[in-house]
Design a protein around this ligand. Structure first.
Ligand code: 2HG
Ligand code: ZN
Length: 469
């Protein structure tokens, strides 16, 4: 327990580092940091601090570790696993780490501050005719630092990979106050351990990311999107595999959502299903072409039997409107209540069997119908379950078992955070978790960063363990 005296003297020290206006102590301002927007996570912040440079971050971390106070990093608060929700911690808010570097026209790279939102980084790149290879629905709030810390995936991962693929360097601060800086962006650099790679996806438990060097891509000349109705997941997976083979690099996105999800989003947005008949599964596709007509390419590649159940959007406005059906789902579900969220991945061939097993398991245990959507091309489904008041750990265990049985991962793209840490052992072996703890202790010896996140407590039996190894 951190006493009021410790907090008061820490506050004074932090004011000395960042100035009084960037140390937040009033309760009515702290509440904004204490709750995640899904409603699943709520905690308490001792205070919040808003450093503007890596040096200031270093000062903050040293002061906190010396005072034995833990720190949780807070970007846009769009995470879904409680990783940014404090639990008697200091909140390190990255808002002021907001510099945008010049776009380098030789390498198509840019360096941006951790607190820059995805939308702002996209706008900056687009002025130079370039774009970010990662995109997701929460773009107006999600920060680049948070996306790096969680190795965010999103809708374009099927084509350009997750955040990791686009990070060509970063600057990060350890809890010891040491600053790691690798921002030159040189593509070939095999000098020693790849520390930036280790920090990507470490969810604020190893270091605080302060700046990121990003690889950009040339903005495709023309894009088209399509919504296709499928009979079931088998047909949907077959469609995506067929398109990947036919379209190769033109296919930029292959997301999906089920009928329950379509009904939820139509009710939420007060719109109607764009297809004339209801379907069990909807696939939303995006194709980019430098020269040819992407809509024609798409139409030619789709099985003629499916053409009846397809709408194509060619211009930007219609394409955006079509994507809204998919991107508003998270909010549409949130408007119905607090959902239990499972973010799983399995080999794409296992999607039809997994989706059916998951649906049955949810129905049997809760009586509810799961709302399922995700990134079909990545084998990544988001299973949202409403109306499970209180903790139904039985369902969590059953889902983890199901994922393990299908050789998948309990966290595809949202991370482990606080939500999944007792299940880490269902996807990672004890040898891996031991190695992770060794890394954690080496980089954050005072265990100041991200307490209670990612790694299961050293001495606590895991809720479920992987049977092999
Ligand atoms: C998405 O793909 C996001 O829409 C959020 O990853 C997923 O709401 C969710 O469970
Ligand atoms: Zn997603």
């Amino acid at each position: 327990v951190v006493t009021d005296e410790v907090v008061a003297s820490l506050r004074d020290e932090l004011v000395g580092i960042v100035g009084a206006s960037d140390v937040i102590v009033s309760r009515d301002r702290l509440v904004a940091y204490e709750r995640d927007w899904t409603g699943n996570w709520e905690g308490r912040a001792l205070l919040a601090v808003r450093p503007a440079t890596a040096r200031e971050v270093a000062g903050v971390l040293v002061a906190c570790s010396r005072a034995r106070v833990t720190v949780v990093v807070h970007g846009g608060n769009t995470g879904l696993v409680g990783g940014a929700t404090p639990d008697s911690d200091v909140v390190l808010d990255t808002t002021r780490l907001d510099q945008l570097g010049d776009v380098d026209n030789h390498s198509f790279q840019v360096t941006v501050g951790a607190g820059v939102t995805l939308e702002r980084a996209q706008g900056h790149a687009r002025v130079a005719g370039l774009d970010l290879p990662v995109d997701l629905g929460a773009r107006s709030g999600a920060t680049i630092g948070g996306m790096v810390a969680t190795n965010a995936g999103g809708r374009l991962a099927v084509r350009y990979g997750t955040m990791r693929t686009s990070v060509c360097g970063l600057e990060a601060v350890l809890s010891t106050g040491r600053i790691i800086e690798r921002l030159s962006g040189v593509l070939k650099d095999n000098a020693g351990y790849d520390l930036p790679a280790l920090i990507v996806g470490s969810e604020g438990t190893l270091a605080v990311v302060t700046r990121v060097r990003l690889q950009l891509l040339r903005r495709p000349a023309r894009r088209a999107a399509a919504l296709v109705g499928a009979r079931d997941y088998r047909e949907a997976v077959a469609l995506v595999s067929h398109l990947r083979a036919r379209l190769s690099v033109s296919l930029e996105a292959a997301d999906c959502f089920d009928r329950t999800a379509m009904e939820a989003v139509c009710a939420y947005l007060r719109v109607s299903d764009p297809l004339s008949e209801p379907h069990h599964v909807y696939v939303i596709l995006q194709v980019a072409e430098p020269n040819d007509d992407p809509a024609a390419t798409l139409a030619a590649a789709v099985d003629p039997e499916l053409l009846d159940a397809m709408v194509i959007a060619e211009d930007t406005a219609r394409r955006r409107a079509l994507w809204t059906y998919r991107e508003a789902l998270n909010e549409a579900v949130g408007a119905q209540g607090i959902a239990r969220k499972y973010d799983i991945s399995v080999p794409i061939a296992a999607i039809p069997a997994f989706a059916e097993d998951a649906r049955q398991e949810v129905e049997r245990r809760t009586g509810a119908t799961a709302t399922v959507y995700g990134h079909l091309g990545d084998g990544n489904l988001h299973v949202n379950v409403l109306g499970t008041s209180g903790a139904d750990d039985g369902l969590d265990v059953a889902m983890a078992d199901l994922v393990a049985a299908h050789n998948g991962s309990i966290s595809a793209e949202h991370g482990i955070g606080r939500a999944k840490r007792s299940f880490l052992g269902s996807t990672r072996s004890s040898a891996e978790i031991e190695a992770m703890w060794a890394v954690k202790r080496a980089l954050d010896p005072t265990e100041t960063l991200g307490r209670g996140c990612v790694l299961p407590p050293w001495d606590e039996p895991a809720a479920i363990e992987r049977s092999s190894t």
